[in-house]
Ligand binder design. Structure first.
Ligand SMILES: *Cc1c(COP(=O)(O)O)cnc(C)c1O
Length: 481
């Protein structure tokens, strides 16, 4: 945890007051942090002397406060639905700072075209639809980027980037460019891009190089695009200590093979399984320890050599061609930007003798399992009693159950280790959950409420708060973090 989030977690009275007033679970977001994260991406652009834009991938979090705070910086937003576009416009972003990505509904495409945001085109059909809309409604020419996928390394025939159901295959580039030329009265091609759902730097380097070659192809046809959009997926480093990650995954493997007591509910293996004493499958978890993440990952990618283009770095190639760089970080931009609080309702023993802690939340209120993110929550004692009770300072393993009448409603299937056994009335804080975990899957199952959301910030040394929808960045002149 970075200092801001750590300081918030230390404000135990405030966190209890908030949950007492607004209920459990409660989402807390830290808007000033997103501004700082955007600035870190900017700094990496500057180090490589690159111009362009950082687009926050809105789908990572629904908060108004985060988007409004970002509006007070020089960052932009990547919207992937009609609702996200409306939300972003209402937060103060003008269309020149918005890009519409992903496959689009007719209504989403219409509002994107009408307001004049850049359309990151997902397919040939979408390009035709957009051109027809622009002509039919006599709109000015609109700016488009083409999203490509399935890039091939220039040196071989093997497809090196994984297949995707989004974007058009790089092999279809010629047909796409013909369509762009045919629709020249309605659309202007400003760039080429990709978004790959992978942590692999090798694949991304192949894709980036593929975009630069695609831009060369555009130029040789007389088109003049100037943007390379490298999408998102810069990642977050959830765990500072790499040794802990090694030890945990080693012990999990031993548990799956029966070499030690289980570390998970009913021996769940997170993708690993024991077939007659042999380990099979692969670990389906987010790599919690990622020393190269966020802007560090961007820096690493830009520093890679481009083998098919003379071996100079990818950043150098962008610079020499005077191309603008677009990035679309989601998870990385909301790193350290929030936490989910839940009240402890009950602590009991299971038949197997394990401690089971029931929380005032459902698994979907902090979708850790869904995103493969493992974390131990922080216990926030009811009565300022951080001191270990009953000699339990050695730590205790517990399972965390949700509030649905479903056997499967476990907050996480792993046993989490807490410094002491929590008591009813304590809070558990799931820190650093603003990216996807907080609200991506929240539902009203069993008529239980969706978490309320508050924004918090520091002023004159103390934490202040308001409801998320009441937050406006009035106090951050110039938008500087
Ligand atoms: C989801 C998504 C992103 C953000 O991905 P992260 O892994 O959160 O950085 C960016 N661009 C597009 C098109 C996406 O679909």
């Amino acid at each position: 945890m970075e200092p801001r989030l750590a300081s918030l977690l230390g404000s135990e009275d405030l966190l209890h007051t908030l949950v007492d007033a607004l209920g459990s679970p409660l989402n807390v977001v830290v808007p000033d942090q997103i501004a700082e994260n955007a600035e870190r991406f900017r700094a990496t652009y500057r180090e490589h002397h690159l111009t362009g834009q950082v687009f926050f991938a809105h789908k990572a979090n629904r908060s108004s406060a985060l988007v409004r705070r970002l509006a007070a910086t020089d960052a932009a937003v990547d919207v992937a639905s009609l609702g996200e576009l409306q939300h972003t416009l209402s937060a103060g972003f003008t269309p020149d700072r918005i890009m519409a990505t992903g496959p689009k509904t007719p209504e989403f495409l219409w509002l994107a075209a009408r307001t004049g945001v850049t359309v990151n085109v997902d397919s040939r059909t979408e390009l035709d639809d957009l051109a027809a809309l622009v002509r039919g409604h006599r709109m000015p020419r609109r700016q488009v980027l083409l999203r490509l996928s399935a890039f091939e390394a220039a040196t071989g025939v093997t497809v090196l980037t994984r297949p995707s159901r989004f974007g058009a295959s790089a092999r279809e580039l010629d047909a796409l460019l013909e369509a762009v030329e045919r629709h020249g009265d309605a659309v202007e091609l400003t760039g080429i891009g990709y978004h790959l759902d992978t942590t692999s730097l090798d694949e991304k380097a192949v894709a980036l190089e593929g975009c630069i070659r695609a831009l060369d192809a555009c130029r040789s046809r007389g088109l003049r695009p100037r943007v390379v959009d490298i999408g998102g997926g810069f990642g977050v480093n959830y765990l500072a200590d790499g040794g802990q990650w090694e030890r945990y995954t080693t012990e999990l493997t031993r548990a799956v093979l029966g070499g030690r007591p289980p570390l998970t509910w009913r021996g769940h293996g997170y993708g690993l399984r024991n077939e007659a004493g042999t380990l099979r499958g692969s670990l389906g978890l987010y790599p919690a320890h990622r020393p190269i993440a966020a802007e560090g990952y961007l820096d690493e990618l830009l520093s890679r050599p481009a083998p098919s283009l003379g071996g100079r770095s990818l950043a150098t190639l962008l610079l020499e061609n005077l191309y603008d760089l677009y990035t679309e970080p989601g998870r990385a931009l909301v790193d350290q930007c929030g936490l989910v609080l839940a009240r402890v309702l009950e602590v009991r023993r299971t038949d197997a003798g394990d401690h089971m802690v029931r929380l005032g939340m459902k698994a979907d209120d902090v979708s850790l399992e869904e995103h493969g993110v493992l974390m131990d929550p922080v216990v926030i004692a009811r009565e300022g009693a951080s001191a270990a009770a009953d000699g339990e300072s050695a730590g205790v393993g517990v399972y965390l159950a949700g509030s649905l009448c479903l056997e499967a409603d476990l907050i996480t299937r792993r046993m989490v280790f807490l410094p002491r056994l929590p008591r009813p009335g304590d809070l558990l804080a799931f820190a650093n959950t603003a990216g996807y975990c907080m609200d991506f899957r929240s539902s009203r199952a069993q008529q239980q409420p969706v978490a309320r959301q508050v924004a918090v910030w520091q002023e004159a040394g103390s934490w202040r708060w308001c409801l998320d929808e009441e937050y406006w960045p009035l106090r951050c002149p110039g938008g500087q973090p």
